[in-house]
Design a protein around this ligand. Structure first.
Ligand SMILES: [Zn+2]
Length: 407
């Protein structure tokens, strides 16, 4: 077991969440009669480069099944984020109609639709066929592929190096990190720009976001570690922005080592805040398991208290992070009878592991729960606004991360 970036042997555990099924493996009613495969969910931190990573990449293909149920376009907040980004990137990088934009893990075209609308040619690559088909139906050229050196060499062969490469929330999902970054280096035009967004490990720790850990997330980055990983492939990060998405993310702007961009002051600022937090020290990573256990215990105490008091609890948002939280906490349908989700691709199915049914929003008005537990806490403003009507019958909202809170 070696670090997937620097190959140092891994021996320091960061978090052990036991075993769980892949978090996007929702079950049909027929599948309830069959067993599920549970994989260990254990993270290590590399004592050399501080990359936090899953101990072993389980079957990569098992994680990306054809019925993979995450469609980016079902979140309004996420669409707005994508649109703002596209407008900013076009202005900052002076992209024109003859520019070429490549997005890796382009999902259902949630972002490239805004690039295409500005008349700029673009290509998406996306490993899950179901979401790629939705993008293709919108007229966005999308290839069902994984990205890496091999794909980048094909682009070079077609003289299609990109002026902008977008890799949002994909770095964590990459099994062979060095092959992926080598591909970015190859696919980028000489003065091209690469933007990469990923959840910031510093926020994960400070906000106790252990529920963002799942099998499909192989790596967890600080800016310190990300800069090292890019520099090893002669890519230079020249700007960083702190975003509120996914509980606190970083957006890196990078180019070739020798590109014309000067480094902004923001890079030194974020690196300093990481160092001040202790991220270049092993002890920083040692206390996180206890933080996760506190979240789990508080949630169980809350659910048991409502059960004993005869009050009704429902959950909202069948997101991957909810599955990690519910499975690690051992919550089943006796404590949480159903989860509401807006996506028709998830309704009438069951959460992996916990097997809690996913239903449409109408269930809330019908059952009038006393509490609605918001599982995707990163979307809590959007969700409390959308479900404000539960207050008509005295319903309240609850979040479990970073701490149990009645809103
Ligand atoms: Zn390492």
């Amino acid at each position: 077991m070696k670090c997937r970036f620097c190959a140092t042997p891994l021996d320091q555990v960061f978090l052990d969440l036991g075993c769980a099924p892949p978090s996007n493996a929702f079950l049909s009613a027929e599948a309830l009669g069959s067993p599920e495969v549970f994989y260990p969910l254990k993270l290590f931190v590399c004592t050399n480069c501080y990359l936090v990573q899953i101990d072993e990449v389980q079957s990569h293909n098992a994680m990306f099944t054809p019925d993979y149920a995450y469609f980016s376009s079902y979140s309004r907040t996420w669409l707005e984020h994508a649109q703002r980004y596209v407008e900013r990137a076009i202005a900052r990088l002076d992209l024109r109609s003859d520019s070429f934009v490549l997005e890796i893990a382009s999902n259902d075209g949630y972002l490239l639709q805004y690039v295409a609308a500005r008349g700029i040619s673009c290509l998406g690559i996306e490993p899950t066929a179901g979401t790629a088909q939705v993008a293709q139906a919108k007229g966005i050229e999308t290839l069902v592929r994984f990205f890496g050196r091999e794909f980048a060499l094909e682009l070079i062969g077609q003289r299609r190096q990109a002026d902008l490469i977008i890799a949002n929330n994909v770095l964590a999902h990459v099994p062979d990190l060095n092959d992926f970054i080598a591909g970015l280096k190859l696919a980028l035009a000489p003065e091209g720009t690469l933007t990469v967004e990923f959840p910031h490990l510093m926020e994960l720790v400070s906000q106790r976001q252990f529920d963002t850990v799942y099998h499909e997330h192989f790596s967890y980055f600080s800016l310190h570690t990300a800069c090292q990983a890019f520099a090893a492939h002669r890519l230079r990060v020249w700007d960083v922005e702190r975003l509120t998405t996914h509980g606190g993310s970083l957006r890196l702007w990078a180019g070739h080592q020798e590109c014309n961009r000067a480094d902004t002051a923001a890079i030194a600022e974020v690196l300093k805040s990481e160092a001040n937090a202790g991220m270049c020290d092993q002890s920083y990573y040692a206390g996180f398991q206890e933080q996760a256990n506190t979240v789990k215990n508080d949630l169980l105490e809350f659910l048991l208290a409502q059960k004993r008091g005869g009050l009704k609890v429902a959950a909202y948002g069948a997101a991957a992070k909810g599955n990690t939280l519910l499975n690690y906490s051992g919550v089943r349908s006796d404590l949480l009878p159903y989860v509401v989700d807006a996506s028709p691709h998830k309704q009438d199915r069951y959460l992996p592991g916990s097997r809690i049914p996913v239903v449409a929003e109408a269930a809330l008005s019908e059952h009038r729960p006393d509490y609605v537990l918001i599982l995707p806490w990163n979307l809590k403003e959007e969700i409390t606004e959308q479900l404000d009507y539960i207050r008509d019958w005295g319903g309240k909202f609850v979040t479990a991360v970073p701490r149990l809170e009645i809103l």
